[in-house]
Design a protein around this ligand. Structure first.
Ligand code: CP
Length: 310
């Protein structure tokens, strides 16, 4: 198979296992290119990509921009706070105006779940979801699974825990879909107040005791507490959260095996993860960020290929 089954990357939910493996194989090739002194290839020359960020981002925004530039695409960046959206323009009008300037692909981060799907139904361009509210963050799910494959040689059969604020996390859902499609077992761990009701119907295990979850897993993907998405208090204090769900070195040292530590970023050091753990040799956090560029190059390249642009 050399083509994706989809025209947009809206969520991992819509990808087949073959799609995911094709993205990984393509990313392997781009990773080799990124290790060369000259990192730029002409694959997306004459393709124009707009990065629309309606929410803050460091990793995703820079990673997409670098991926686009490494592929020789023309890139325009759009930030909602300094655009005419602030004057009341609708999302569809904003995007259609950008597309009128001969833009081919849109990468969008938006605070509303479903925003990328909505856009894909109303405009004529490839849409890539860079995170839609609490719904999905597909390129993060892909780069996380790719990093596990790189570290542990395969994803199938591996036991992965996702720890923390599951309820407000788009990373959790994309990870669950991606890891399960690739044959991993997934367990969620966090305070009961931050665990969505009926989440077990997705085929995941739920464990509220962090030590038991850590003892079960090969990989722990630790999430940030998203205080900006919490209108009410879901736990009594940050200090109590740290005591029950913070991953620290004594906890890891008490296990009879060495597990892999991941975090999608941004990290709240000293809350969900201590600096000692984040910076330890068990952590692959910066490798996740590095792999993000190759994964995003692969996604952009394959979606452009679908449109006959490469
Ligand atoms: N992992 C992630 O989405 O980080 P940013 O919010 O910085 O893009």
């Amino acid at each position: 198979m050399s083509q994706l089954s989809v025209e947009h990357l809206l969520g991992i939910k819509y990808l087949t296992v073959e799609d995911i493996n094709l993205i990984f194989d393509t990313a392997d090739n781009f990773k080799k290119i990124l290790a060369r002194p000259i990192k730029r290839v002409p694959s997306l020359r004459d393709v124009t990509i707009a990065n629309l960020f309606f929410e803050d981002s460091t990793r995703t925004r820079i990673s997409f921009e670098l991926a686009e530039k490494r592929l020789s695409a023309d890139v325009v960046n759009f930030s909602a706070s300094s655009s005419s959206v602030a004057k009341g323009e609708t999302l569809i009008d904003t995007v259609n105006n950008i597309l009128a300037m001969k833009v081919d692909m849109i990468v969008m981060r938006h605070p509303s779940p479903g925003a990328a799907l909505f856009l894909s139904k109303h405009v004529n361009a490839n849409i890539i979801n860079g995170g839609d509210g609490t719904h999905e963050h597909p390129t993060q799910g892909l780069l996380d699974a790719y990093s596990i494959r790189e570290e542990l040689k395969k994803v199938e059969g591996k036991k992965v825990i996702i720890v923390g604020d599951i309820m407000h996390s788009r990373v959790a859902l994309s990870n669950i879909f991606c890891l399960q499609k690739l044959g991993a077992e997934v367990m969620l761990c966090g305070p009961p107040t931050l665990m969505p009701k009926y989440i077990e119907t997705l085929g995941v295990k739920v464990e509220f005791n962090l030590k038991k979850a850590l003892a079960w897993c090969d990989v722990a993907n630790i999430l940030r507490i998203q205080l900006e998405r919490q209108e009410t208090k879901f736990f009594p204090s940050v200090r109590e959260y740290m005591l029950f769900y913070g991953v620290n070195k004594p906890l890891l040292d008490s296990l009879d095996k060495k597990i892999t530590i991941m975090h999608p970023g941004p990290i709240n050091r000293g809350i969900e993860i201590t600096s000692e753990v984040a910076d330890s040799d068990q952590s692959i956090i910066l490798r996740q960020v590095e792999n993000g560029v190759a994964i995003r190059m692969a996604v952009l390249y394959l979606l452009a290929g679908k449109k006959g642009k490469v």
